[in-house]
Design a binder for this molecule. Sequence first.
Ligand SMILES: C[S@@+](CC[C@H](N)C(=O)[O-])C[C@H]1O[C@@H](n2cnc3c(N)ncnc32)[C@H](O)[C@@H]1O
Length: 184
Amino acid sequence: MYLDALKRVTCTVHEILASHVKDGDVVVDATCGNGNDTKALLELVGSGRVYALDVQPSAIENTRRFDNGHLKLFLQNHKDIDEVILPEDHGRIKAVVYNLGYLPGSDKTVKTNKDDLIVSLKKVLPLLAGGGIVLICCYSHDEGQREFKALKDFCSGLSGAYDAYLFYRLNRKDVPKLLILTKT
Ligand SMILES: C[S@@+](CC[C@H](N)C(=O)[O-])C[C@H]1O[C@@H](n2cnc3c(N)ncnc32)[C@H](O)[C@@H]1O
């Protein structure tokens, strides 16, 4: 991993995805926003499938421009993620990405929240493939701090089937944190 990628959490996420997601895989972008993560995922899965969700119609339209026939796009809260994943993909999901917060340059009142996030995680973890990962970018605004605390509580109660890792810069409090969940 290059130093530049370490400095931006979204780049770190893309580096991890690039080494983990392969042609034919099924993955989820739980907060697709402008579609940058979805675009990267579509390139990695090739003949596979990307599910992308967001609660804002503009986010869905921004992401639709990357549709290459392997994208399943939903104007849907990620707390209802179980309603969009096809039964044939249960237990096949190789990676899930949550880039939390609000869409830069958009309505900042439309942002992720801890309650929907935890409901979503409880639903998505059982759908992961063995060796599947969940990557969560958390930010330092007020709701971001509440999300991070809720995530820490949630992770401390996880069964031994999962591992939880935290990646952040010790010398900077105001930069995003990356939480990584893996399924054995
Ligand atoms: C930081 S942005 C995501 C950026 C995006 N991944 C990209 O590559 O451009 C966070 C997004 O989460 C969306 N969002 C907020 N609450 C949500 C929820 N409960 N379910 C799904 N998306 C949500 C917002 O509308 C916003 O587009």
